[in-house]
Design a protein around this ligand. Structure first.
Ligand SMILES: [Zn+2]
Ligand SMILES: [Zn+2]
Length: 249
């Protein structure tokens, strides 16, 4: 599995890092925050190689680059099909977003499909990649609206025939990491804004992988994170992601 970190910043717009987005096997884009098109271009990543886009939740740093990316795909002569996966409750919003961004004719010309997913249901993205969404507490904690139809946020298990990778996206508390505790992982990609390194390490010790990549880095707390990582006395293999980082496992 090849994982390219397109944007590794937090919700705060920064000159150091783009907003959240990672690209799997040069084909599946997970999250598409503000300026993701520019982030892809900065990393010399062709936007028209992307065949799937999965949105973990609808905070702007995870989805607000979507319409711009589609326009740019159209303007650069895309002809391949594109599938966009959102939580099933967000399909009506996504349709309206396309409509009010004047994208319906582009959607039709490019054959863009909007598909819904739900917790625990496999999404088959290609012959060699499937994803299983796990609902986490990120939006629930922030909004205290557990019963709402739209306040959903997901961490993802990414699986190829041989490898399993957990991507937290945004989580609500360190305990959300335990969504993956029964799964043998080759790599954990954890956000580092809504949970700090101490919280991550306290929970990660309860499950298997020693390979951790930190992303969703908040520039206001990055110096503190660097100090903690430098002082860490741990056998874990922890990497702080940067825009353009490519990992092959
Ligand atoms: Zn975020
Ligand atoms: Zn969020």
């Amino acid at each position: 599995m090849e994982i390219k970190f397109i944007g590794t910043g937090s919700g705060i717009t920064s000159l150091k890092r783009f907003h959240s987005s990672i690209l799997i096997n040069n084909y599946t884009l997970i999250d598409c925050g503000d300026s993701t098109t520019r982030a892809l271009l900065s990393g010399s990543t062709g936007i028209n190689a992307i065949g799937n886009i999965v949105i973990t939740h609808f905070h702007p740093d995870h989805y607000s680059g979507l319409t711009s990316l589609i326009v740019n795909m159209y303007l650069t002569g895309r002809s391949e099909k594109l599938i966009i996966y959102v939580h099933q409750n967000m399909i009506p919003f996504t349709i309206q977003l396309f409509k009010h961004s004047y994208l319906l004719s582009i959607q039709s010309k490019l054959g863009i499909e909007i598909k819904g997913y739900d917790a625990g249901e496999e999404i088959i993205l290609s012959d060699d990649l499937k994803i299983i969404p796990y609902r986490n507490s990120h939006i629930i904690n922030n909004n205290d609206l557990e019963d709402s139809d739209i306040y959903y946020s997901f961490s993802l298990l990414l699986k190829t025939a041989e490898k399993s990778v957990a991507y937290t996206s945004d989580i609500g508390c360190p305990e959300d990491l335990l969504l993956f505790k029964e799964i043998p992982l080759d790599l954990l990609i954890s956000e580092a804004t809504h949970v700090n390194i101490d919280g991550i390490l306290s929970e990660v010790a309860k499950f298997s992988t020693g390979n951790i990549i930190l992303t969703h880095i908040d520039e206001n707390s990055e110096d503190e994170l660097d100090k903690k990582l430098a002082a860490l006395d741990s056998e874990l293999n922890i990497i702080k992601a940067f825009d353009g980082l490519v990992i092959r496992i």
